[in-house]
Design a protein around this ligand. Structure first.
Ligand code: GLU
Length: 410
């Protein structure tokens, strides 16, 4: 994944003709922290987990990015995701740099009280490098609004009431209305815009969504609300298919009650692999990274791929799709809705003011439209793919801020 992130960056470096000094400055994370996270388990045993916080670049504002609880979290992985956040914030034109955190843990194996203790200890361990104007964590894979509530509480115990220290909090604690839906809502918006530009009316589009967590379920809901026909959905256990269209609100209810999609009435089962190969207008991979790779990219029959997950395509997989003429809307654009509404949440917290949901969604639409418009314009200017165009805009903005701050010493 780090290899992919660096390759996309290098492509932007050459598109923008950046010099070696700037290249080195933008490539290397500015700070990396590895911490021990000791936890007394419910059964009395003692475990020491490993945690990370990588702060990639803060030229445009405080570091910003999620915290992931996952058994595969490691330093390279966290570095890649931190770098993606720098470009995501740059492309969205919000005043943040990029960071990412992770703890090597399978959260499904821990009780709520173990997770609470782990989160507090992790927060204490990184407490000296985060802050409302330094670095603002948020949820990612394996973490959620509850995790953010614990982080806010642990940070506040030392520093005083500080809701703006994390975003993606519960609304009752200062979270923003519309934040939970935002990454999915933004991905649906990008899917509709890309469809329009391919001459497909979204109300006639067929859509397949892989992943039914917060991102995938909201992407499916929002694009169905726009009138698209959602023909396939999946979660970790497998998928469901109906070429005439799935009732998405019904699927949300079913998933809530059963913890899985399989068995959803009026659908046939389909594997996660086969879901990717379904013939449809828009494919939305919204689960995890690397699901589209050199081994299956040839099988994909969608006209548009909207990367709602971070890095769902490997470097090679993404290139095969582009070579086949499939429009790949890159993660730094497609899932930017999350960090955009995180920005609104942070701004509301700082101002001690609250926006209604309509305002959040309207502002989100404005930011996503502008980012998409800039990408399309840069595609024409550089005769480039969506991804290369997106990276060149983002890297140019971060480069400009870095230069203005005087990092190069001149
Ligand atoms: N984890 C999300 C992402 O990858 C959100 C980050 C944030 O809101 O800071 O974009």
């Amino acid at each position: 994944m780090l290899q992919g992130a660096e390759a996309y960056f290098e492509q932007a470096v050459s598109t923008l003709h950046l010099g070696d000094d700037m290249r080195a400055l933008l490539l290397h994370p500015w700070r990396e922290l590895t911490v021990a996270v000791p936890v007394r388990m419910d059964n009395g045993t003692f475990r020491v987990f490993t945690g990370y916080r990588v702060q990639h670049n803060a030229a445009r504002g405080p570091y910003k990015g999620g915290v992931r609880y996952h058994p595969n979290a490691d330093l390279d992985h966290t570095r890649a995701l931190a770098m993606l956040m720098t470009w995501k914030g740059g492309l969205a034109d919000i005043p943040f740099g990029g960071a990412k955190g992770g703890v090597v843990v399978n959260p499904g194996e821990l009780s709520q009280s173990e997770l609470n203790r782990l989160t507090r200890r992790y927060t204490n361990q990184i407490g000296h490098i985060i802050g409302v104007n330094r670095d603002i964590p948020a949820p990612d894979l394996g973490t959620n609004a509850q995790t953010m509530a614990w982080m806010m509480d642990a940070y506040g115990a030392v520093n005083g009431y500080t809701p703006g220290i994390v975003t993606g909090k519960p609304v009752e604690l200062g979270g923003s209305l519309g934040r939970e839906a935002a990454p999915g809502r933004g991905a649906a918006l990008i899917g509709a815009l890309a469809a329009r530009d391919k001459g497909i009316d979204v109300t006639r589009a067929s859509v397949a969504v892989q992943g039914f967590g917060q991102v995938g379920s909201w992407a499916a809901r929002c694009i169905a609300e726009d009138g698209a026909r959602v023909v396939a959905l999946s979660d970790v256990h497998g998928g469901v298919h109906n070429s005439r269209g799935i009732d998405v609100p019904g699927a949300v209810e079913y998933y809530r009650a059963n913890g899985r999609l399989t068995g959803l009435p009026n659908t046939e089962p389909i594997s996660n692999d086969d879901l990717l190969a379904i013939e449809c207008d828009i494919l939305i991979p919204a689960a995890i990274e690397d699901v589209i790779h050199s081994g299956n990219a040839d099988r994909i029959r969608a006209r548009i791929v909207v990367e709602a997950a971070n890095a769902p395509a490997t470097l090679e997989g993404g290139r095969i799709l582009e070579d086949r003429g499939i429009a790949v809307l890159p993660d730094i654009l497609a899932n930017a809705g999350g960090v955009i509404v995180s920005y609104f949440e942070w701004a509301q917290n700082i101002q001690e003011f609250r926006w209604d949901e309509q305002r959040v969604n309207q502002e989100l639409r404005g930011f996503m439209n502008r980012a998409y418009g800039a990408v399309v314009e840069a595609m024409k200017r550089h005769s480039a793919s969506h991804r290369t165009a997106a990276y060149s805009i983002a890297v140019a903005r971060v480069e400009r801020a870095t230069r203005l701050r005087g990092f190069l010493g001149s």
